[in-house]
Write a protein that binds this ligand. Structure first.
Ligand code: HAM
Length: 420
């Protein structure tokens, strides 16, 4: 027998129940994002590796350890995108979007790749949706993005959502804080990676999964914020209060990417069995310049679709689907041909119907209709086909009516309306 294959480690096929959650999440997110003025953008799955090195930062786990990077046949160094913000900013700059009214608001929904140790909620290919507002930054925009996502999660049926917030300050006040942090880190025991990071990029130590205890006694950035960063942070929190967003201050939240300035946040569910962040984001006013653009404020968020789907499943959120109430059953070649046409008539009328054109036995088709809890079956045998008619059988009461094919749609509509 030929070799059988499996999905690569940490990657999954999406089908059945999972895709139902994904479709629902997409529906809620795209409707809501458009309402808030975000237009869809999809960037390539692959970018020049430097886009991520510069944007996310060379000392981050993502760039150091988790990127799928390779050389193309044309000798270009590229990487599968580990996140979406860098690509969207590259697109903003490349497509001169600064000529549009600012901020340019964009949302995306697609797969991303990180070579992480796979475990529940952490995969090597995962999906994110993200919102990015580029070209203008202020506490109102930050708060509106947080509140938009908070509302989406609620619309998806999630309860006990909480947002952890902190501020990273701007380049000036963060510089002062980094000095204090470096001093502190010299005195404590660090993992080998952090020994190096303590010198090159000390903030990354606060994000290390191994040096968790180190951060408990570390100086807190909130004490080092300059007046304008503190004011901005305070204003954003006031807006969140206004919009009834439940949040917690977390002075150690630094996020795993280097491009943040100002407010940062992560979404969680207050449930020990769902410990991983559903998503996160913040302000990133310096990213445009890092990618060769001019000075542009920006703000955004990205959410893990698998983690949201997991939370929905755990909370027993049911996806209500418009299930067909009609089944088309046929017997014989002439009837099959006519039923194919009837199926198309219903599709054009936007009335969902089930069929089983692959089956020839009427009994097994009606058994299937019963299993699907179908209310009405349209049954056509050779005799009905010749007379250009079909039987509508009420599968609950067993009553049957013979109707002309031309009247089928009308008759079914009447039954659907009256439900009897
Ligand atoms: P991030 O925190 O790296 O931020 O990722 C956002 C979310 O993506 C995470 O909270 C998580 O739900 C999901 N995620 C990340 N890695 C994995 C994984 N290996 N398996 C499953 N889910 C995962 C960003 O990506 C930033 N680009 C967010 C942002 C947008 N900041 C500003 N704009």
């Amino acid at each position: 027998m030929a070799q059988k294959f499996q999905t690569p480690s940490g990657m999954h096929d999406l089908f059945g129940k999972k895709t139902k959650y994904f479709d629902k999440i997409y529906e809620v997110v795209s409707n809501s994002a458009r309402f808030y003025g975000f237009e869809r953008i999809e960037t390539p799955i692959i970018e020049d590796t430097k886009v991520f090195q510069r944007a996310v930062g060379n000392d981050t786990d993502i760039v150091e350890k988790e990127m799928y990077s390779f050389k193309t046949k044309g000798d270009d160094n590229v990487s599968l995108r580990p996140e979406g913000t860098a690509g969207v900013m590259r697109a903003y700059i490349e497509n001169n979007m600064y000529t549009k009214p600012q901020p340019v608001k964009m949302f995306y929904f697609g797969p991303f790749f990180r070579y992480e140790r796979s475990q529940a909620g952490r995969y090597r290919q995962f999906w994110q949706f993200g919102l990015e507002a580029i070209g203008k930054g202020c506490p109102t925009i930050d708060a509106q993005i947080i509140s938009a996502v908070y509302g989406m999660l609620k619309d998806l049926g999630l309860k006990d959502v909480i947002v952890e917030v902190n501020s990273m300050g701007d380049s000036k006040c963060r510089g002062v804080y980094k000095g204090a942090l470096k001093k502190y880190l010299k005195k404590v025991k660090l993992c080998p990676d952090c020994e190096r990071r303590a010198v090159t990029n000390p903030l990354r130590v606060l994000d290390c999964k191994q040096c968790v205890e180190v951060k408990q006694n570390a100086p807190q950035i909130i004490d080092y914020l300059c007046k304008s960063c503190r004011e901005d942070f305070k204003k954003t929190l006031e807006f969140l209060d206004e919009m009834n967003v439940v949040y917690d201050l977390n002075p150690f939240l630094v996020r795993g990417l280097d491009y943040y300035t100002g407010i940062v946040y992560e979404f969680f569910i207050k449930d020990e069995e769902l410990p991983l962040a559903l998503g996160g984001g913040g302000r990133y006013d310096g990213l445009s310049e890092l990618l060769g653009g001019d000075e542009r404020a920006a703000s955004g968020v990205a959410m893990g679709v698998e983690r949201i789907a997991l939370a929905m499943e755990k909370m027993g959120v049911e996806i209500k689907e418009k299930k067909p109430q009609i089944f088309i059953a046929q017997l014989g070649d002439t009837a099959k041909k006519k039923c194919l046409r009837i199926f198309e008539t219903f599709r054009k009328a936007n009335i969902p119907v089930y069929e089983s054109f692959g089956k020839d036995s009427l009994k097994s088709q009606l058994n299937q209709a019963n299993k699907l809890n179908i209310r009405w079956a349209i049954i056509m045998g050779e005799e009905e086909a010749i007379k250009n008619s079909a039987v509508i059988r009420d599968m609950v009461t067993g009553s049957q009516d013979l109707v002309e094919i031309d009247d089928l749609l009308k008759e079914i509509k009447i039954r659907l309306k009256n439900k009897k």
